[in-house]
Write a protein that binds this ligand. Structure first.
Ligand SMILES: Cc1cc2nc3c(=O)[nH]c(=O)nc-3n(C[C@H](O)[C@H](O)[C@H](O)COP(=O)(O)OP(=O)(O)OC[C@H]3O[C@@H](n4cnc5c(N)ncnc54)[C@H](O)[C@@H]3O)c2cc1C
Length: 406
């Protein structure tokens, strides 16, 4: 097959698509604003254990640490919900930079061209079609034209944001749909280790947010984040509060210490148009309840490449893009609509009602992917609802949202 593909941003989804498309013989160029060494965050992240095999790639040759359980806490921190991953597929932690390095190596091996320090400025359009991108490099701006632009430039993608309104693709996300997170790895002060080692805190310090602490062998890994904006005061307050529970948490940051953004919502209703397809964070392809997006982005990248590989002709690309969009919704997007409505519900109830929901077993580890409710547990949940009439308006809105999503 012939055709020229331009990939904006060397994100996980874009690289996965680039690898498979270059293998099918297409002329693929990836434009990345960072230098090769500067890519990725300075910490390890969690992915589904089968992420790479699912998209037809070998696992990165790096250390992997399996995680079998996660604890969840409400704002009161007095009830600990433990989700056991061993019943499903465990999560594996890998260094982010090593994952990206592996994907970049694979992309080069498959014949894709990688251009670093190249900042994509905007999409180039002609009539109803995206025909290329404008790129700033070494102080010059240059126009590149191709048969398809794959937008993998993340949450604030300038490609998506520059598309004319008539293309029907949402350009910006609402503030509360973007999780702003500060993550730092602190030196350990003592041998204290929590069990399980990975703990997630909702409404910590009464913020509309989600924080975590992971007591790693070498570090104490802290994430503080809000659905919306995050101030330095929020960060300091949360870390000070964690120090009361974790005496191993020192004040010396050894890695990370940066603020990042992730879209936490359902995928965009429309993320393809003639000559354009978005993958990953640029199309809000994440888990709405926690923001994980590497596995989903890579699966979407593979789906896009497979849909294009089925066409024998460039003139059929647009049909292949429609197929990619439909398949994404059928295989991944549809099941996240409920999670998105759940996230909006949990954010709407506020810290106090959230705490009551945990204490009255309306919310349990099963709501965070920990299995199905038994009949007895369902009855206990209904009784919890009856005892907490103040959440009824939020619950009704939630049911309406779920119905709308369907
Ligand atoms: C603190 C934090 C922790 C996270 N933890 C996890 C986790 O444990 N597990 C998980 O699955 N997910 C996690 N995520 C989410 C995950 O990082 C994203 O969902 C995932 O990286 C999305 O991949 P992507 O393909 O969309 O590209 P991204 O990773 O968003 O990459 C986009 C790329 O495009 C480049 N780019 C941006 N703008 C331009 C431009 N104008 N021109 C050229 N290049 C550009 C960027 O430099 C970057 O390389 C976490 C995110 C954060 C912030």
């Amino acid at each position: 097959m012939s055709g020229k593909i331009l990939v904006a941003g060397a994100g996980h989804g874009g690289l996965c698509a680039a690898i498979h498309l270059a293998k099918s013989g297409l002329d693929v160029t990836v434009f990345e604003k960072s230098s090769r060494e500067g890519m990725g965050y300075d910490w390890s992240d969690f992915v589904d254990v089968s992420t790479f095999s699912c998209v037809g790639l070998d696992d990165p040759p790096c250390e992997r640490e399996l995680f079998y359980a996660t604890a969840f806490f409400g704002p009161g921190k007095d009830v600990k919900l433990v989700k056991n991953h061993s019943k499903g597929r465990p999560c594996v932690a890998m260094e982010r930079k090593e994952i990206l390095c592996h994907l970049l190596d694979e992309a080069e091996k498959s014949g894709a061209k990688l251009i670093f320090n190249a900042q994509v400025k905007n999409a180039l359009t002609n009539g109803d079609r995206v025909v290329g991108i404008e790129v700033a490099q070494n102080g010059n701006e240059e126009k590149f034209y191709g048969d398809l632009v794959i937008d993998a430039a993340g949450v604030y993608s300038p490609v998506r944001r520059s598309l004319p309104e008539k293309f029907g693709i949402q350009r910006d996300f609402e503030d509360f749909e973007i999780y702003t997170g500060y993550r730092a790895l602190f030196q350990r002060k003592s041998n204290y280790g929590s069990s399980p080692r990975y703990s997630i805190y909702f409404y910590h310090c009464n913020r509309k947010g989600m924080d975590w602490v992971i007591t790693d062998n070498d570090y104490v890994d802290v994430l503080v984040g809000n659905f919306g904006e995050l101030s330095q005061k929020d960060i300091d307050e949360a870390i000070d509060d964690f120090r009361k529970d974790y005496d191993c948490l020192s004040d010396k940051i050894v890695r990370g210490g940066t603020i990042c953004k992730i879209p936490v919502r359902k995928a965009l209703d429309k993320f393809v148009c003639s000559g354009y397809a978005a993958v990953g964070d640029s199309a809000a392809m994440t888990e709405p309840l926690c923001g994980s997006g590497m596995t989903i982005s890579m699966r979407a990248g593979k789906m896009l490449a497979d849909a294009l590989a089925e066409t024998s002709n460039i003139s059929d690309f647009d049909k292949a893009l429609e197929k990619y969009e439909k398949e994404y919704f059928a295989r991944i997007g549809k099941s996240r609509l409920f999670d998105d409505a759940s996230k909006n519900f949990l954010l709407s109830v506020g810290a106090e009602k959230f705490d009551k929901m945990i204490k009255r077993k309306i919310l349990t580890e099963k709501d965070f992917g920990g299995g199905k409710y038994t009949f007895k547990e369902t009855l206990r949940r209904v009784w919890g609802f009856v005892r907490t009439p103040s959440i009824l308006p939020d619950a009704i809105r939630f049911l309406i949202d779920v119905k709308k999503a369907k």
